[in-house]
Design a protein around this ligand. Structure first.
Ligand code: FAD
Length: 392
């Protein structure tokens, strides 16, 4: 059985950055995953990134693989906000540079084994690894409201299930939610000539990026905002320092994290939503199939007969839903509200097992849910490797 020192599972921004840092530190790694799969397959065609240009670099230790480097290297002019297809191409270019030996096979099982882990691949190959880094993202955690349980996906689908929204041409669609994904999907529906309404629980829409002036006040702006671009003035600075953030009382961390990532749309979406009916402060109390359509009842007593409900209702981390974790491993995993409890090196209660990306957010704050957290995460990971070559 072939062995490995470190196995990284995931070839999205976190897995790729981890590979770049560990390999630069001379740590032998095997990396598994489909490059940028979540971005390529589970986000809508035509989408743009909400994160700013400066917050959209996948970290690399030599700073030679930034989004700017990608543009220079490929002779590309990329508009702002960054179009999804350009970002996917950037991630794939980064992957070819850092992990040309990427193994695209799925890991189907991880079990603890004799001071390390036994991993099994989809084709039944099994091998031993001393450490395992999970950078497997959030797609497993898509949140489908209980009212839609049992409704076939042809009538109600989570936003992560729809890649090309134009296929709903000629239909009447309701988007459930009022965050970036909901609002951007609504804009894409409208632009494709599809009849759409947004229904959200919150009483008002929140927007980010509306205080452009605050970003152009020189040194004062630097005091208010971190280039990591997570959260409003002040909070942005705090969450950019995960080691400081995690020292605050839990209640403060939870509130601040919510404020940093509450449902909100990018300011540039506003003009694109003109003419889209947006019903706020309401929620759906029931959804029932009526012939070939879906009947929604709202808490204000009104109803809608539609062809499809797009559930832009976000993700709820619950690592017990990672079906590749063996039962015995899951049982030994200390979690809070579905998140693994992590210590230095992003290591969980099982020595040698690390979690990167959004699952690390309970322990290290909301930065870990964004591309701009890759530098912190990859650096932090190298903490566990005493013979590293000065990547920290
Ligand atoms: C609609 C939408 C828009 C977003 N926009 C932004 C944005 O503008 N800016 C931003 O910073 N963040 C954005 N995010 C958040 C974004 O999801 C994260 O920043 C980013 O994807 C985290 O990267 P990751 O590497 O943790 O996971 P992912 O990018 O999801 O990568 C997961 C990887 O794991 C692999 N994998 C999973 N399971 C297995 C397995 N069993 N075996 C092998 N491989 C496996 C996959 O193939 C993939 O390569 C957005 C999220 C959504 C839903």
């Amino acid at each position: 059985m072939r062995g490995s020192n470190v196995t990284i599972i995931g070839a999205g921004p976190y897995g790729l950055a981890a590979a770049a840092y560990l390999r630069a530190a001379g740590v032998e790694t095997r990396v598994f995953g489909e490059p940028m799969e979540f971005w390529k397959e589970q986000m809508p065609v035509g989408m743009c990134l909400r994160s700013s240009w400066d917050a959209s670099h996948i970290a690399d230790p030599k700073q030679e693989l930034t989004f700017d480097d990608y543009c220079r290297h490929n002779g590309n002019h990329v508009s702002k906000p960054i179009p999804l297809d350009r970002f996917v191409d950037y991630g794939q270019w980064y992957q070819r540079s850092v992990v040309p030996d990427l193994d695209r096979r799925k890991v189907v099982k991880i079990d603890v084994d004799n001071g390390g882990f036994r991993l099994t691949l989809a084709d039944s190959e099994a091998f031993f690894s001393r450490r395992v880094v999970l950078a497997t993202g959030i797609s497993t955690f898509a949140r489908r409201p209980a009212e839609f349980a049992g409704i076939p996906s042809a009538l109600a689908s989570h936003s992560s299930e729809q890649k090309d929204l134009r296929k709903f041409k000629g239909q009447r669609v309701v988007v459930v939610g009022a965050g970036q994904s909901a609002l951007e999907s609504a804009a894409l529906f409208k632009e494709a000539g599809i009849e759409v309404e947004v229904i959200g629980r919150q009483k008002t829409l929140n927007w980010v990026g509306l205080h452009a002036r605050l970003h152009h006040l020189g040194p004062l702006s630097k005091l208010l905002y971190s280039s990591r671009d997570v959260g409003p003035a002040g909070i942005s600075r705090l969450v950019a320092m995960p080691h400081v953030f995690r020292r605050f009382p839990r209640r403060f961390q939870d509130r601040t994290a919510y404020r940093a990532i509450r449902p909100a749309g990018a300011g540039w979406l506003r003009p694109r939503l003109v003419g889209v009916p947006i019903t706020l402060g309401r929620h759906i109390v029931s959804a029932t199939v009526q012939g070939s359509q879906l009947h929604l009842k709202l808490d204000d007593g009104t109803d809608r007969l539609i062809d499809h409900a797009l559930l832009a209702t976000g993700y709820r981390v619950d690592v017990s839903r990672y079906d590749f974790l063996s039962e015995s491993l899951s049982k030994r995993l200390e979690t809070v509200d579905g998140y693994p409890v992590l210590k230095r090196g992003l290591e969980c209660s099982i020595p040698g097992l690390h979690f990167l990306g959004k699952p690390a957010a309970w322990s290290f704050g909301p930065l870990l849910g964004f591309v701009s957290g890759t530098e912190f995460a990859a650096n932090e990971l190298t903490y566990c490797f005493p013979h590293r070559n000065g990547t920290r």
